[in-house]
Design a protein around this ligand. Structure first.
Ligand code: FES
Length: 164
């Protein structure tokens, strides 16, 4: 399946977000990036360029900060995020099978996003809830002792919500 294409960026919205921060204030960069990501769910390249102009810093500085922090995403993200814990405890309890099934059902590889931008599938290495393993996290909600049998219903409900 083809990867998710970046949607067109609403530059008026970007400019509105930038206007909340003083022009030329390089110290506002992280806050600007947070605000942009809160709006678009990722940091579109065009928005980063406009941010550099607004804050009067180089694009390299903006991209440097955007790529430094794990919490910032440079590729389009889905409306929903499914995260499979692949830490040791979850791994030995069947997390790889969950991930395989999710990749098949969603038709997207781990780290990818469905072309309709409904779901991003990702992995994480232990979130400290090992007793619940294997653990699937959907939009921040923990689903412990997950089984391949329970997955389809959960995925269905996520996808349905994605279309609403
Ligand atoms: S290994 Fe999955 S929560 Fe710790």
């Amino acid at each position: 399946m083809t990867p998710a294409a970046a949607p067109a960026v609403d530059t008026a919205k970007v400019k509105e977000i930038l206007s909340r921060h003083p022009a030329g204030d390089a110290g506002a960069l992280v806050n600007v990036l947070h605000d942009l990501q809160a709006e678009f769910r990722y940091l579109p390249e065009e928005a980063l360029k406009l941010a550099a102009e607004h804050l009067q810093i180089s694009q390299a500085q903006v991209f440097g900060v955007a790529t430094f922090y794990e919490g910032f995403h440079l590729k389009p993200r889905g409306k929903h995020v499914c995260t499979v814990c692949m830490g040791t405890a979850c791994h030995v309890r069947g997390a790889p099978k969950l991930l395989d099934q999710l990749e098949r059902d969603l038709k997207v590889r781990a780290g990818g996003t469905t072309p309709d931008l409904s779901v991003t599938l990702e992995t994480v290495n232990c979130v400290g809830a090992c007793a619940l393993g294997p653990l699937l996290i959907v939009d921040g909600e923990y689903h412990g002792n997950m089984t391949t049998g329970r997955l389809p219903k959960l995925v269905d409900s996520v996808l349905k919500e994605g279309k609403s």
